[in-house]
Design a protein around this ligand. Sequence first.
Ligand code: SIN
Length: 280
Amino acid sequence: MEIRKATNMTGAEILGVDVATGLDAEKAEAIRTALDEHGVIVLRNQNVTPEQQVEFTHLFGEPDINFNALRFGIDGSPEIYIISNINKDGKPIGTRRAGETWHTDMSYAREPAAATMLYAVEVPTLHGLPLGDTAFANAAAAWDALPTELREAVTGLRGIFDFRGRKRNSPVRAEDIAKYPPVEHPIVRSHPRTGRKSLYIVRDDCTSIVGKDAQESAALIEALADHIVKPEFIYQHKWQIGDIVVWDNCTVQHRAILDYELPHRRLMWRTTVKGDAPRL
Ligand code: SIN
């Protein structure tokens, strides 16, 4: 087994692992540690069944059941939720436009997802080049790079996270508001396993900063959100069929690049791992 950094600050590729045949304790621990260290891990050339993907997801914690899995799931594996632009019998088989803007999964929940995994079943290409990349930005490295004065100013601040922030022009269901009411999280959080600090702030999902007026809140959210996604903190994953990519939602933010349309098909199986309430 070999671990190669993907960029200087974000992501690593793990070679010499076959998820389908199972992992011994040593490999499992090394993979877990690699995710803690690099925020994103990539395992190429995998060939897994839904059951094997769910079993691998257990390595990172307890898999969650996505509310979309009822509509866009896989029979017998309710932990898997399909992201895809493919239609079958005139109906979409998955969510087409998932995560187009920078975000960290389920930040609007009291206990956001700890980690997310995508398994690439079909990848769109054009002239042999992959489309539909996923970009990752390292919010822990972004924290490390902040000037001391700004670190002191933002430590201890809390943000209001509300999924309606990104749904400004679309209707929201009363049951979703009841399930995910606005929630307060620290905008600087410590990793639950390593203690490393990261910035935890996203445009739209973080709608205001507690104790600051609308103008001050918006300025701080924009400044920090823009800082996190500076090029030096980014790894952009170019998918190949058979890739398994896992990311840590405390350490990185991500966004899907929607630069493809049918007939270029994209099919991903997605699992998530339950997390704790973020803490400073
Ligand atoms: C997501 O935000 O979970 C989707 C990422 C992707 O499809 O590339």
